[in-house]
Ligand binder design. Sequence first.
Ligand code: GRF
Length: 204
Amino acid sequence: MKKRVAILISGGGSNMEALLRDMEADHPAAPVLVLSNNPAAGGLAKAAARGIATACVDHRPFGQDRAGFEDELNRHLQAAAPDIICLAGFMRILTPEFIHGWAGKMLNIHPSILPLFRGLHTHKRALEAGMAVHGCSVHEVTGELDGGPILGQAVMPVWPQDSAESLAERLLPLEHRLYPAVLRRFAAGDRGKISHFPALGVAG
Ligand code: GRF
């Protein structure tokens, strides 16, 4: 029986697309829902075009009522009954209560070499820190922001001419390789770490 996967997005959903593409092949999991907090998320149309069920819970009407927003998210999730939830460019902070409800079943991709640079603006912070390498991490989601067990990381060089924008652009293809590889293993019950070091070019 394939594992059922729900994917949460807030934007364009390029990581979501990479996961959906990979699950179209022979795979231990299958997508059952793409859920967004943003009615304008471009990823919703991309998922629908692939025949995947979508739903949206706009967080804005809930204001500071995080519990109310999450209760509505859970209404959609409980109907889809996922075995695994993948956060993929999902930009809302989830409460410990919500996370506890899906403990051991939720993954996230974060654009840094965790535990470095938890939180936002990771590319800018990596440049400001003078990093020689940068990368992304897929981890299990726990109550600690970007702090759960690391399941995979991909690393690339930082070039002298890099900006935060160029780092983000060069990192996305690595994210699109790493997240599907980690989900395949996680869905097959393997929580071993994987790493991906595409040819680490030497800066000119
Ligand atoms: C990516 O940098 C990802 O690491 C972060 O959100 C950004 C956009 O992701 N979580 P996507 O294109 O919406 O998948």
